[in-house]
Design a protein around this ligand. Structure first.
Ligand code: ADP
Ligand code: ZN
Length: 510
């Protein structure tokens, strides 16, 4: 190990040891070698290029997609007495010129830029004039169309290799499955790169999934258990964010909604207020997060199913960055899977839709998993493990199985009796002996299955029906108002030829 590095780490950054993976990456950069750094959020990626930047002769260019993050990092570096600046569209022309003057005089150790800046020929010329020691590409997955956050501007980075063939490139990301990883290496043309694949495990985060029955009530009761701790609730759309945040505000929660439809000022002021703990929780779309540097977030709730495991992991990863116990809670409605399918079927670009669908299925499998959820996550990221974690809902309360044959027979024959022409809620109403106008008009209160299941709650039956769909005994016809139809696999169960093991529904919030 280079003996100069530890004192420098202490003196420049105030840390007394390197974190897992940092040192070899730093050494590779100092040797002029390309590198690929895969570290989970909070793992300490920035130091991997910030420290070598201090020792290398010329400037280090850091490419970052986020203005707020650039400013935070540059402020922190300057506070440590390190010559760093950024240029992006938030600066005035004069300010940009000032930074360029410093650059020309060789005064800067680090310069943060947005990717589109590297499309400007004049800027490239400037860099060629002064000489660059290292390019650090933060959020490198943005270059990949396989990734969950593709940004066309990042494609420009492939040019770096052509214009600066001798300058090492360090690509950093927190989210990359195998396909994205290969794509990054290829697009940036990294050569014999030093590769660091950090562990994705966040042992202090507990993963739990709740089946959705009355989502707002479930969320409220969950939040009430959090006793004022900080958290984020992610939703899939702006409309949902607005709706949910005002519902929660009415219930007395200290909450703000956050999405890309707000002005920059509004967004900044919400972020700052959250940092200061002026808000207990933020209801947000995916727009909230990349720049959030708050270490004591105790829980992240997903009110809707995220579209990919990468996005889920990234978003839940904002919890517990201080290493203290935190929770990631997903509210899951199996019907979201069918909704997604319908939505993708209407997509014009079917090739792209297929990619999206496959990635989404992996996310759905996580939500439906009956085994350790951490194993599902880590195996998805290519980190093979066999031991159950002991800190997720399925490890802590393994789903109980019971002989569900009789319940399944009741449900399946009810679907048959109503002519396979009704959706879940009507079937449940009939099973539970409901008496409403529709039921009596249809004569469904005369059916032999009417009231057969009145000893069980609506939500209980909902969970049973969902499992029958899951096992392929029933299908929701999404082309016809989601009516339930029997599938061939239902026959042997109806005839009593096979037994069916089902999971005991978890109805109350745990
Ligand atoms: P990432 O970019 O991987 O999400 P950061 O670079 O922002 O992570 O680092 C996360 C936190 O860890 C920061 O607060 C940073 O100061 C701290 N950190 C990084 N390296 C070390 C180290 N060697 N020792 C102690 N703290 C560190
Ligand atoms: Zn587990």
């Amino acid at each position: 190990m280079n003996p100069d590095l530890l004192p420098l780490l202490k003196q420049a950054f105030g840390y007394s040891e390197f974190r897992d993976g940092q040192l070899p990456v730093i050494e590779a950069a100092l040797q002029g070698r390309d590198s690929f750094v895969l570290m989970p959020t909070g793992g300490g990626k920035s130091l991997c290029y910030q420290l070598p930047a201090l020792l290398l002769p010329h400037v280090t260019i850091v490419v970052s997609p986020l203005m707020s993050l650039m400013k935070d990092q540059v402020d922190a570096l300057k506070a440590n007495g390190i010559a760093a600046e950024f240029v992006n569209s938030s600066l005035s022309r004069e300010q940009v010129l000032q930074v360029f003057t410093q650059l020309r005089r060789g005064e800067l150790k680090l310069l943060y830029v947005a990717p589109e800046r590297l499309l400007q020929p004049q800027f490239i010329e400037r860099l060629l004039d002064v000489g660059v020691s290292l390019f650090a590409i933060d959020e490198a997955h943005c270059i990949s169309q396989w990734g969950h956050d593709f940004r066309p501007d990042y494609m420009a980075l492939a040019l770096i290799r052509q214009r600066f063939p001798a300058v090492p490139v360090m690509a950093l990301t927190a989210t990359a499955d195998g396909a994205t990883r290969q794509d990054i290496l290829q697009q940036l043309a990294l050569q014999q790169a030093y590769i660091h694949l950090g562990s994705f495990d966040r042992p202090n985060i507990r993963y739990t999934v709740q089946e959705k029955f009355r989502p707002v009530e479930q969320l409220v009761s969950y939040l009430q258990q959090q006793e004022g701790a900080s958290g984020i609730v992610y939703c899939g759309s702006r409309r949902k964010v607005d709706e949910l945040s005002s519902q929660l505000a009415q219930r007395g929660f200290s909450v703000a909604g956050y999405h890309a439809g707000l002005s920059n000022e509004e967004r900044n002021s919400i972020q700052d207020a959250f940092k200061r703990d002026d808000y207990q929780l933020i209801v947000a779309t995916v727009a909230f997060g990349m720049g959030v540097n708050k270490s004591n977030i105790r829980y992240v709730v997903h009110f809707e199913l995220p579209r990919t495991i990468e996005a889920y992991y990234q978003e839940t990863g904002r919890a517990g960055r201080d290493g203290v116990a935190a929770e990631a809670m997903l509210l899951f409605d199996p019907a979201d899977i069918a909704k997604m399918k319908r939505w993708l079927d209407a997509e014009e670009n079917q090739q792209r839709a297929e990619v999206t669908w496959q990635r989404f299925l992996a996310m759905a499998a996580f939500a439906e998993a009956q085994t350790c959820r951490r194993l599902v996550l880590l195996n998805y990221f290519g980190e093979a493990r066999q031991t159950r974690c002991g800190n997720c809902d399925t490890c802590l309360q393994p789903p109980q199985q019971f002989d569900g044959t009789e319940l399944a027979q009741k449900a399946l024959s009810c679907v048959y009796r109503v002519g396979q022409s009704f959706g879940m809620h009507h079937v449940i109403d009939v099973l539970r002996g409901g008496q409403n106008q529709r039921i009596s008009e249809l004569g469904h209160d005369k059916l032999s299955t009417w009231g057969l299941g009145k000893d069980l709650s609506h939500d209980y039956w909902l969970s049973i029906l969902r499992q029958l769909i899951h096992f392929g005994l029933l299908q929701q016809d999404i082309t016809a108002h989601s009516v339930l139809k029997l599938q061939p696999a239902a026959k042997p169960v109806l005839r009593g030829e096979t037994l069916l093991s089902l999971a005991v529904p978890r109805l109350q919030s745990s």
